[in-house]
Design a protein around this ligand. Structure first.
Ligand code: SAH
Length: 459
């Protein structure tokens, strides 16, 4: 593509109409076809912008004034929305967000996946009835201000911690526990970790909440493995919050942005809390991956199960299975499920979760999906249905080739990144599969993330 000579200049003002939103939630306006990205602007709005940075094929601008506002613009309910950065779409009506997510999926499937939208049905995004207080996990950095502790979030583009009593997308119980733990620690003179000096003790507080069981876990992430006033602090927490079933310490002595260190010890109560998705019960430890929006996870997995079309006779592979969440969901309707996952601890959890539910027709293997599944293929261990749920980078090419060679009747692709989903669907389509439908599911309301499940069938 020929490089566009920028028709706009830095520090100049322009009057523009916004046409679209980027995947990051910024408004897109065009001046002589040249795209300018502007935060806090919505499609169909008109306004004045100042160009703040000009790059080769695009520019960034700042919104100065809106002349016409979108019918989808609303007042962001959160008072710290503009400082935080955790949400990007609170100024957009929920209906507008759901439509935007569907359109984004369609655009990417057509542009990257080269799919014909006349043949592939992209359903309206499945949203939440009440799209607030949905996160079951709070991970809060701790800092100090005038001798006291602050527990909140990093200000946008900085590492200054801003205190936050309420996060509107967080389970209120999690916020209550974080605030109480902060105050209790303050009473005992606990010092927060200071990133620059690499001194102090308390780095993060993490709280997890089981939506169905109401059980809670509190994790202290600390620089060193000591714990002053441990007994007093624990007894205050457990007295105030009887639903706390587990208190854990994780030690992270490194100069790093990574939250957790390698050492984890139970300070009080259980090593796990439990939660349920549908009829399946899961043990969740401090370090296990567990979906953060359990209500929508059920919606997503129900769709995956529907697309898998199981009658009880099928052999199913669940690639990238994590702690076996999808595998155990499928096992209730399949003859046999084989889960594969690269993190050994996750597979330990998956086996424990199978046992916990008395599920005996699920087997789990540790390894890369692209190494283990070709091996199964060679041994003649074929599957009728393959479910994949890869990380953001999508499926490995070897895995896609193996799927084409194994020829399962159906492939169910669960994806947290429409771009790599589209790329991989293109490969599967060229190899003889047809994408029948794609269902976007809103797992993360008020953020730009969108989760999809795609249903493919062998032609
Ligand atoms: N299906 C699970 C987890 C999905 S997240 C759930 O819904 O809870 C994606 C998972 O893929 C992570 O657990 C990650 O550890 C795993 N993973 C990443 N690369 C992998 C690979 N090459 N082979 C197998 N698993 C992999």
């Amino acid at each position: 593509m020929p490089k566009l000579q920028a028709p706009v200049l830095k520090n100049e003002y322009y009057e523009v109409t916004f046409e679209d939103l980027t995947h990051e939630g910024a408004g897109v306006a065009k001046v002589e076809g040249f795209p300018i990205f502007v935060e806090n602007a919505l499609p169909d709005e008109r306004g004045k912008i100042k160009v703040i940075k000009v790059k080769k094929g695009f520019a960034f601008g700042r919104l100065i004034e809106l002349y016409e506002t979108s019918k989808n613009r609303i007042e962001a309910p959160c008072p710290i929305y503009s400082q935080c950065g955790g949400c990007q779409l609170q100024h957009f009506s929920y209906e507008g967000q759901l439509n935007f997510k569907k359109k984004q999926v369609e655009q990417v499937l057509a542009r990257i996946g080269k799919l014909d939208l006349n043949n592939v049905k992209v359903h309206p995004t499945l949203g939440m009835n009440d799209p607030w207080n949905y996160r079951n996990k709070a991970q809060v950095p701790i800092g100090e201000r005038e001798g006291g502790l602050v527990a909140g979030f990093y200000q946008k583009r900085s590492h200054d911690i801003i205190d936050m009593e309420r996060c509107l997308i967080q389970q209120a119980e999690n916020d209550d526990v974080v605030q109480a733990v902060k105050k209790i620690c303050e009473q005992y003179g606990i010092r927060a970790y200071n990133e620059e000096k690499h001194k102090g003790w308390l780095r993060h507080i993490m709280v997890r909440y089981g939506l169905v069981t109401k059980e809670m876990m509190v994790v202290f992430v600390t620089k060193t493995n000591d714990f002053q006033h441990k007994h007093e602090i624990i007894s205050q927490i457990t007295e105030l919050f009887p639903q706390v079933k587990s208190i854990v310490q994780n030690i992270n002595n490194k100069r790093t942005n990574v939250i957790f260190g390698d050492e984890t010890k139970v300070l009080w109560g259980e090593e796990y809390i439990y939660d349920k998705i549908g009829d399946v019960k899961f043990a969740i430890s401090a370090r296990s991956f567990y979906q953060v929006n359990p209500e929508q996870t059920k919606v997503l997995y129900d769709k995956a199960l529907e697309y898998a079309g199981l009658t009880g006779e099928e052999s199913v592979i669940d690639a990238y299975c994590g702690i076996g969440t999808i595998s155990l969901f499928l096992a209730q309707k399949a003859k046999k499920v084989f889960g594969v996952e690269v993190v050994p601890e996750a597979i330990e959890d998956a086996k424990r979760n199978a046992e916990l539910n008395g599920i005996t027709n699920a087997e789990f293997a540790v390894g890369e999906a692209e190494a283990v599944i070709p091996e199964w293929n060679k041994q003649g261990n074929k599957a009728d249905v393959i479910v994949v749920d890869p990380p953001r980078k999508g499926c490995d090419e070897t895995l896609l080739k193996t799927i084409l060679d194994m020829k399962p009747h159906r492939v169910v692709y669960v994806s947290c990144n429409p771009g790599t989903l589209a790329r991989d669907l293109n490969v599967l389509e060229q190899g003889g599969y047809e994408t029948i439908e794609v269902q976007p599911v809103d797992m993360f309301p008020h953020t730009t993330h969108v989760e999809c499940v795609a249903h493919l069938s062998l032609v």
